[in-house]
Design a protein. Structure first.
Length: 238
């Protein structure tokens, strides 16, 4: 981080002391000016459940809170993290701070999106598509059809289809199919439920129909995907 024309890039590994670290290391680099405090962290998730969100994120989000309260919340959270980090404590609230900061940053980002913006995050604030997503996410196993979803939203089928196409670039039922597969992948990875149980929870009438849809969408049958994603096969007694 610096001025591209006035400073030479230095790999971060060259600035850190050798491991192991008894406490988070402090990097001292520069020409003795006022110190710049940078709070860094990362969140790692391989769960397909979060693909719509992750795919919708830009490479960089510059958060500029619209309200004083929002700005103060971010400052206070970052300040608390900086004060607690040197103690190397990772339990309790400190461990949740990166998640809380990310949620608040995303909330600020979504609220500042241009009205013409498309994509999953923009869809959340669309009065029609956002409400439709809420219904589909809350009850994925329901026997949804375009007419039924349109009636629930008090709009016509054509309006519903047009809004989905404009904001998400796909029809409502295709989105629902993708969401069901993401939920199924999450259940396969995190539970010991049987294939028929998972099929029913995500809206498929039979295990065979679920298996065909999962293989078509993910590239392999759910049983083998479960084994690969968790390292070992899962059974009801394990």
């Amino acid at each position: 981080m610096g001025h591209p024309r006035e400073t030479e890039a230095v790999p971060i590994a060259n600035l850190l002391p050798p491991r192991p670290w008894g406490a988070p290391p402090i990097v001292r680099q520069g020409k003795g000016g006022a110190p710049t405090r940078i709070l860094c962290g990362y969140l790692h998730c391989e769960d397909l459940l979060f693909q719509p969100l992750l795919k919708a994120l830009p490479p960089l989000i510059h958060v500029q809170p619209a309200t004083r309260a929002g700005a103060e919340l971010l400052r206070a959270s970052a300040r608390y993290a900086l004060e607690e980090t040197p103690t190397w404590r990772a339990a309790g609230l400190t461990a949740r701070l990166p998640e809380l900061l990310l949620v608040e940053c995303l909330r600020e980002y979504v609220s500042a999106l241009p009205q013409a913006r498309t994509g999953w995050l923009a869809a959340l604030r669309d009065p029609i598509v956002g409400h439709a997503l809420m219904l589909l996410h809350a009850s994925p196993a329901e026997s949804w059809t375009v007419p039924r979803l349109a009636r629930s939203l008090a709009v016509s089928r054509s309006v519903l289809g047009e809004r989905f196409a404009a904001v998400l670039g796909q029809p409502p039922m295709r989105y629902l199919s993708q969401w069901r597969l993401q939920l199924a992948a999450h259940l396969l990875r995190t539970t010991a439920e049987t294939m028929p149980e998972i099929a029913g929870r995500v809206g498929y009438e039979s295990e065979a129909a679920f298996s065909r849809a999962f293989k078509r969408g993910v590239g392999e049958p759910p049983a083998s995907w479960r084994t690969k994603s968790r390292g070992t096969a899962i059974d009801r007694t394990g």
